[in-house]
Design a protein around this ligand. Structure first.
Ligand SMILES: Nc1ncnc2c1ncn2[C@@H]1O[C@H](COP(=O)(O)OP(=O)(O)OP(=O)(O)O)[C@@H](O)[C@H]1O
Length: 621
């Protein structure tokens, strides 16, 4: 007799199948039992919450630890399963104390591990940043600073002329009241105390991200101090003249001839000196200060190796005197050799781009100028976009009293600057970095032309070695790109012209005659075309795009306000270089783009961390 089991399905009893095959049908025991029970359902015991009794009715332990049902229906974790160090074997305890290397158990990685290994930048605590953020919120306008009215006016009419709405930047909010020594943060001390010469030299460090207006942050308080000192001096001179007159009268020598006034006493005796690492920066800061002199009335002199000896002498020793000198340390140092008195009246000394001027190559010369000037100094101001650890320890050692004014976003590259990566090992570059660079430039030019941009596109390419800049510029020219190198070897005048076309003032110059049809631009060039004839000049020209190749030492501080693209031909050695190079774009709240060329020998981990840090707006430490 055929027995059909229905244990799998309680609704199927096998009778249909038996009928189909004409077989006698007898339900199986299981099916019969299930039929009997139907329509009952499985229901949990009402006592399930009480847990299983520890012993079976037989008195035996109901479930052993090893039974497959051991953990079922229990309401508390058995002691044996609870985690306790004492339960662990000594080997397991040792294993747990070691850092795990297995993929699953890997500890979360420090997101800035590669950068921390460089340890180039000093840390500014999160608490300090938050505190400063609160502090600077109190200042909304330049009017709130205790600057002389004529200086306040010059901000809108000269320094920031053309801007619709002007308000102080974070570093200006932080530094101006401090340098003005407004004690309660609002008002300067009134009366005689203010006029008394400050015997103690005070030191300040102004540290803020690139393109954040650090120059004005120190220039305005210095001009204010100079103008106020002028008033004090004039008053003192008048008092001295009156006393001399009185003495003569007392002696009855009223008609005695006065000793001739030394007209040249102010010549070559500036009250303020601003030191900058390059002639280009001297020209930039000098131009800003000169523009302010139109309304504020003071005398400034910019001197650097870009000027002849006669020009330098005439500027420094002009009979009308000089109030502010803007110079490179080498020049000031060599002038002090022949005329040490040049530093005798300096009350304000600024070390701008201090991360460069206090590095190993500049530090001895900068330090000796500071030492010579210190007897008359009232304020020694260091100004920098980064605080490298070397500079941090220099300040701690030599000027421990330095008041540090660092903005909340110091060492962070703003999120408005994007960084993309080009892998030079991929097709079609196959390790040819020059080709990758040329193609990237063509792509940017093509994008601009497609977007119908009329304004000439400016691109800065950064290389690590100075020698490479000339060679690369030549290569790019052979690929139809209008490229120049900024290097010490090129003609100063030409260099200044090229650079001027990259700074804000020159960008407004129309680069292309309006008549020229846009179709003359030939975007149809590919890396293949560029690679075809590496040694032959490409007949195609990339129109409306100008490229400058340089090292960042030459470009630090240069105010390339309208620049939107930088290419990092080499991966920068340190996060400091990243900050300075990418700092040429995204200035004063603008957007910008950096493109870094990366090959198999480059630190991809560093690039990755920099990108992540930029994305999160974090400080690159
Ligand atoms: N309060 C302000 N509002 C708008 N623009 C300003 C303000 N202050 C300065 N600027 C402009 O910002 C630009 C950058 O200023 P500056 O060169 O002083 O920056 P920086 O912080 O010294 O940069 P870097 O670190 O690269 O030397 C300049 O073109 C300047 O005119």
């Amino acid at each position: 007799m055929l027995r059909l089991s229905s244990s799998r399905c309680p609704h199927w009893d096998g009778s249909a199948l038996a009928r189909a095959f004409n077989l006698p049908w007898q339900p199986s025991r299981t099916a019969a039992t299930l039929q009997k029970r139907r329509p009952s359902r499985m229901v949990l015991s009402e006592r399930v919450a009480q847990g299983a009794p520890k012993t079976a009715p037989t008195g035996k332990p109901r479930r052993t630890r090893n039974s497959p049902f051991a953990g079922m229906n229990t309401t508390e974790v058995p002691k044996s399963l609870q985690f306790s160090k004492s339960n662990l074997s000594s080997a397991e305890r040792r294993r747990q104390s070691k850092p795990r290397v297995g993929k699953k158990d890997e500890k979360p990685k420090d997101p800035m591990r590669a950068l921390k290994m460089q340890r180039r930048l000093a840390n500014v605590s999160y608490e300090k940043r938050t505190r400063v953020k609160q502090e600077i919120m109190d200042w909304d306008s330049f009017d709130e600073f205790d600057l002389l009215p004529v200086i306040k006016e010059s901000i809108e009419t000269q320094a920031l002329a053309g801007l619709a709405e002007v308000s102080p930047t974070p570093i200006q909010r932080l530094a101006i009241p401090t340098l003005l020594e407004m004690p309660d943060g609002k008002r300067r001390k009134k009366g005689k105390a203010m006029m008394e010469p400050n015997k103690e030299m005070k030191q300040f460090l102004l540290a803020a991200e690139t393109g954040s207006g650090k120059t004005l942050a120190y220039v305005l308080p210095i001009l204010d101090a100079i103008k106020r000192a002028e008033v004090v001096d004039a008053r003192e001179e008048a008092i001295q003249a009156a006393e001399a007159e009185e003495r003569k009268r007392a002696r009855g020598q009223l008609y005695e001839l006065d000793s001739p006034v030394d007209e040249h006493s102010k010549a070559g005796r500036p009250r303020a000196i601003i030191l900058l690492p390059t002639s280009e920066l001297v020209a930039q800061v000098g131009a800003l200060i000169k523009s302010l002199a139109h309304s504020v009335k003071f005398r400034s002199a910019m001197i650097s190796a870009a000027f002849s000896g006669t020009v330098i002498r005439n500027r420094l020793f002009a009979p009308s005197g000089v109030d502010i000198v803007i110079a490179t340390p080498h020049l000031i140092s060599s002038i002090t050799e022949s005329d040490p008195n040049i530093l005798s009246k300096v009350s304000h000394l600024v070390i701008d781009e201090a991360d460069s001027l206090l590095d190993r190559s500049f530090s001895p010369i900068t330090s000796s100028i500071i030492d010579r000037a210190s007897p008359s100094l009232k304020q020694l101001i260091f100004c920098s976009a980064t605080i490298p650890r070397s500079m941090d320890s220099y300040l701690n050692k030599r000027y421990p009293e330095t008041k540090r004014l660092a903005t909340p976003n110091l060492h962070a590259i703003p999120r408005r600057v994007q960084l993309s990566v080009v892998d030079i090992d991929k097709v079609p570059y196959q390790g040819n970095r020059d080709l990758a660079c040329a193609q990237t430039i063509w792509d940017i030019g093509k994008e601009a032309a497609e977007a119908g941009e009329d304004r000439q596109k400016k691109i800065v390419v950064f290389v690590n070695e100075r020698e490479k800049s000339t060679e690369l510029a030549e290569y790019l020219r052979s690929k139809g790109i209008d490229a120049n190198a900024l290097s010490r070897d090129s003609d100063d005048r030409k260099q200044a012209e090229v650079l001027a076309s990259f700074t804000g003032a020159a960008v407004t110059t129309p680069s292309k005659p309006a008549k020229e049809p846009k179709s003359s631009y030939n975007p149809a060039i590919s890396a293949g075309d560029l690679a075809e004839s590496p040694f032959k000049p490409t007949p195609r020209k990339l129109e409306n795009t100008k490229v400058l190749v340089m090292t960042d030492i030459g470009s630090r501080g240069i105010d390339t306000l309208l620049l939107k693209h930088v290419i990092l031909y080499d991966v920068p050695h340190t996060s400091i270089d990243f900050i300075h190079r990418l700092g040429r774009v995204g200035r004063m709240g603008r957007r910008g783009r950096g493109i870094v060329l990366v090959g198999k020998h480059d630190r991809k981990d560093v690039v990755k961390e920099i990108r992540e840090g930029m994305f999160k707006g974090q400080a690159l430490i």
